[in-house]
Design a protein around this ligand. Sequence first.
Ligand code: MG
Length: 397
Amino acid sequence: MRIADVQLFRVRGMIPRRLSFSEERQVGALDLFPEYRARTVTPPTAAELAEDRPIEGVYVEIATDEGMSGLFGPIMEAQAYLIDTQLRRYLIGQDPIAVEHIWDVLARHDRHGRKGYMMMAISAVDLALWDIRGKAAGMPVYRLLGGPTREAVPAYASALGYSLEPDRVRERACAFVAQGFRAQKWFFRYGPGDGRTAITRNMTLVRTLREAVGDEVDLMFDAWLGWDVPFAIEMGKCMAPYHPRWLEEPVQPDRIESYAEIRRATGIPIAGGEHEYTRWGFKVLLDADAIDVIQADPDWAGGLTEMPKICALASAYDKQVIPHGHSVVPALHLVASQSPAVCPLLEYLVLLNENKQWFHKTKFMPENGLIHLPTEPGLGIALDESRVLMRERLSWQ
Ligand SMILES: [Mg+2]
């Protein structure tokens, strides 16, 4: 079997706004600047929630000369561009089952492509190839990776986009518990640029959540690169009595010594790595004692050829990999193939997953806090054509 074609395409459709909205934003790195700090989100009105809104998704499809093809997405247009203009020439005519070989070639072809968008493009190609591997073997991908290690994988509820108004937080946190989630993550809104009340306002979120869910539910908090070291240490000391399972990405990813300093000073487990790539990137974080929980994203960090290597590395340092949940499907296959000691849990972005899986026939949604494993061969991503109102080929050749 040989790779015959690599196609990038965009699909468009309509999604009910009640499934895809944002009521609040999280603090971020650009909040350093007042004009970005001033950005607000206007929650949708009841009338808007009753409407549909346009949605689109970009996918990569790798076709073989035997008729079988691999599909992965949604991806960013920047990934699609790099696949089309740079990676395609290394793929046509190759054996799609030989993912180690192809990964090595793609990772070596561009010396600037070790991290960032190029590695994300390589990851998308790798995931489409794993879809072919699964279909060729007649097995779901987690079986080829050595799993399953259990019948269903526990997910945590990730509350990105939800209102931080205390009554709404309380209501949603309790709803997540009632839905069977044993852990939930919330996103801080305020950072060092927001004045003396920023800590107080962030702590209202922490306190509200702990009081709402009690001591038995794990709470995690994400600062999404939006803080500096003094702010993170002060927040960490205030949060410590509420026993967070982790504090995530307190500062920008390359501030590795800062991560280590925050970790030492607060005593709170630190999570990070959704913006890190490959085994070599994670080795630096591990050697620096910078993080407790590795959040490599299979969609970005090197695909399913690279992720088991990152898991092996993490396990040698006795650290856990709890993948970032950009899209849930590759992470589900990975977690299902690894020991629960290494990969205990999966992130499930509650609002974003309605978007990410909108065009897919099979939806991977938690039931009672668990995501059940697919049985179909490959990744289990196939488009629901009834939702595709328009499809266009993307080409920059
Ligand atoms: Mg995060």
